[in-house]
Design a binder for this molecule. Structure first.
Ligand SMILES: [Zn+2]
Length: 278
């Protein structure tokens, strides 16, 4: 069933674990993620990133998300990841997404607050929850994005002030991860994470989970992060699995890709120590 992330995050925060949020880019990926969540009987946050609109249009994502999200027995959240266009965010709120992220993290603190607050006010009227980012999670070396910006760490003071001023439902923090693939292993600032967690009651989100190292991600999940975004590792796993099959048959290659994604996501459910609800 499609649910809000509000209750899920409360349980995750209280019990010190994180829920994975994989980005789906087509029908096979969303099916693969739901199959894993059903097998483990755990919730899933199905994310559609605005940046992936060339792979999958907003309308396609909406229909796939609603169809598979409503059909499944496990709690599933349909989430808009990295919404940067106001029109698209408003559409997502109006048309069935349960959760949206407004990413104005590259704007000034004041503009980020202003844009986020405006979206929060509208989203809350419609029962939709909002994630925003403060500080900035940049990109690793080998990414496929136009955003070449460097990461800017989230400060405790800004996190506190931002939450107070915006009434946002969850907060993406920048503590050392980056989007995409890293050249080396990232250095996570766990002290900063602890300080932010203690300073704000709002559930915290980690972007750039892929290839951050299981030990790092396991610690993040148990030390204050309630949602971890995973994408790059899933598509790498899908590709590797299909490369390792000798078949030239379309269906077998497709199934191998889905199998690779499923194995990778199941692995991360374990790393994040995601627990059952109720
Ligand atoms: Zn992200």
């Amino acid at each position: 069933m499609l649910v809000s992330s509000k209750e899920l995050f409360k349980v995750a925060r209280k019990n010190n674990f994180a829920i994975p949020s994989p980005d789906f880019v087509d029908q096979n990926s969303i099916k693969a993620y739901i199959e894993v969540a059903e097998k483990l009987n755990l919730p899933v946050i199905l994310a559609y990133a605005e940046a992936h609109k060339n792979f999958l249009s907003f309308d396609e994502a909406l229909y796939l998300g609603k169809y598979y999200g409503e059909k499944t027995k496990i709690p599933a959240v349909l989430h808009l990841d990295h919404g940067t266009t106001k029109e698209l965010i408003i559409r997502a709120i109006n048309e069935g997404f349960k959760s949206i992220m407004i990413d104005a993290s590259m704007d000034s603190f004041e503009d980020n607050v202003k844009k986020t607050r405006e979206i929060v006010e509208y989203a809350h009227l419609k029962g939709v929850v909002v994630e925003a980012e403060i500080g900035h999670v940049g990109n690793g070396e080998d990414h496929r994005s136009n955003d070449n910006s460097e990461s800017i760490y989230t400060t405790v003071e800004e996190a506190k002030k931002f939450v107070e001023l915006t009434n946002v439902d969850s907060l993406a923090v920048s503590i050392g991860t980056a989007h995409g693939v890293y050249k080396g292993k990232p250095v996570i600032d766990f002290d900063r994470l602890k300080e932010i967690r203690n300073a704000v009651n709002t559930p915290l989100v980690l972007h750039g989970g892929s290839s951050s190292g299981d030990d790092n991600l396991g610690r993040c999940a148990t030390e204050g992060i309630s949602k971890i975004n995973i994408y790059t590792d899933l598509v790498i796993a899908a590709f590797n699995k299909s490369q390792s099959t000798k078949s030239k048959d379309y269906y077998e290659l497709r199934d191998a890709q889905m199998e690779g994604m499923k194995e990778c996501l199941e692995h991360y459910y374990g790393v994040f120590q995601t627990k059952k609800f109720k």
